[in-house]
Design a protein. Structure first.
Length: 154
């Protein structure tokens, strides 16, 4: 009789421990992302801000090669939770980013929406980004200038 009561209390303790243990749900899926807002323009001498050096190779290829001067305007870091839209602070306009899903454990699928200073949507794109790589969103401006937003996630 005592043995049976002991078995029941062990079973109850295991059930309570399992119920109290933290559960990992799909909502726990996150990605750490860096956002770099910068301007592009054409000038006599090429110039790239030091904080944009990791983008230099991409910036020398079309369509970015239209410009040869790039200036960092703002930088931010966000932890994105799956299917939760997060605002991204920009100096010019506004943006949001949503983590759609993790792909093959080393890529993220993101939706980024960018609005200009007047609130007009200028970019709305879902892209898959390899961890550590960059995707650059472009808003062409008058006078051969550009407003750019790059995203990289881990």
């Amino acid at each position: 009789m005592i043995e049976r009561a002991l078995q029941r209390s062990v079973v109850v303790a295991v059930v309570v421990a399992l119920c109290a243990a933290p559960r990992h749900t799909r909502a726990d899926v996150t990605a750490e992302c860096d956002f770099l807002e910068f301007s592009g323009m054409s000038g006599d001498k090429p110039a790239i801000d030091g904080e944009l050096q990791q983008l230099e190779k991409k910036l020398k290829k079309p369509p970015f090669s239209t410009w040869n001067q790039f200036k960092l305007l703002a930088r931010s870091h966000k932890a994105l939770a799956k299917k939760k839209t997060e605002p991204i602070s920009l100096k010019n306009g506004s943006a949001t980013a949503t983590l759609v899903e993790i792909v093959d454990k080393s890529k993220v699928r993101l939706t980024v929406i960018m609005d200009d200073a007047k609130g007009k949507q200028v970019a709305n794109n879902t892209a898959t980004v390899e961890a550590g790589d960059y995707v650059i969103y472009v808003h062409a401006l008058p006078h051969n200038e550009g407003h750019l937003l790059s995203v990289s996630c881990k």
